[in-house]
Design a binder for this molecule. Structure first.
Ligand SMILES: O=C([O-])CC(=O)C(=O)O
Length: 157
């Protein structure tokens, strides 16, 4: 995507939801977009690891981790797998780890923060369900546009 989220909002504002949660950019790519895939989980990242090891075809994975910063839901190995499988980006309402390594990867990565503590790997959570980033609901297939200013979401038609 070459257009900024601010310009996109000016063009198409009424049809876009803007996420007000303040994320930090961690990947080497800070402007990215694609259709949403979703996971809701809490302190368990097995679903994330499995999904990001399947073809992304330019999609953006949106993870609702409940905003918890107690455990990292993604590290550099899972992020590298996302790169290898063609994902555009990963947005995590929660924490990541290995941020120094992730900083070098050609992947969009937005998260709330970092924590070196890893997550459980039991596979608890839900995939391909509507998730919430603050007041914005993201349904699988919605288009997600992200850049350093924030995240815009347009509903799949
Ligand atoms: O295995 C994990 O929990 C996450 C991780 O450290 C990685 O992706 O490198």
């Amino acid at each position: 995507m070459t257009i900024s989220t601010a310009d996109l909002y000016d063009e198409r504002g009424p049809e876009l939801a803007s996420v007000s949660v303040q994320f930090r950019d961690f990947g080497a790519v800070t402007t990215f977009s694609g259709p949403a895939r979703t996971i809701r989980c809490s302190a368990d990242n097995a679903l994330i690891k499995t999904l990001l090891a399947t073809p992304g075809r330019g999609a953006v994975l949106v993870v609702d981790g409940g905003g918890s910063l107690e455990n990292a839901l993604m590290g550099d190995m899972i992020a590298q797998s996302a790169v290898d499988h063609g994902w555009s980006g990963v947005i995590i309402y929660g924490a990541i780890r290995d941020s120094e390594a992730i900083r070098t990867l050609p992947l969009g990565v937005k998260a709330l923060g970092t924590n070196p503590a890893k997550s459980a790997k039991d596979g608890v959570g839900r995939q391909d369900v509507p998730v919430h980033l603050g007041r914005v609901t993201i349904t699988p297939g919605d288009m997600v546009y992200a850049d350093p200013d924030g995240i815009l979401v347009t509903q799949a038609s």
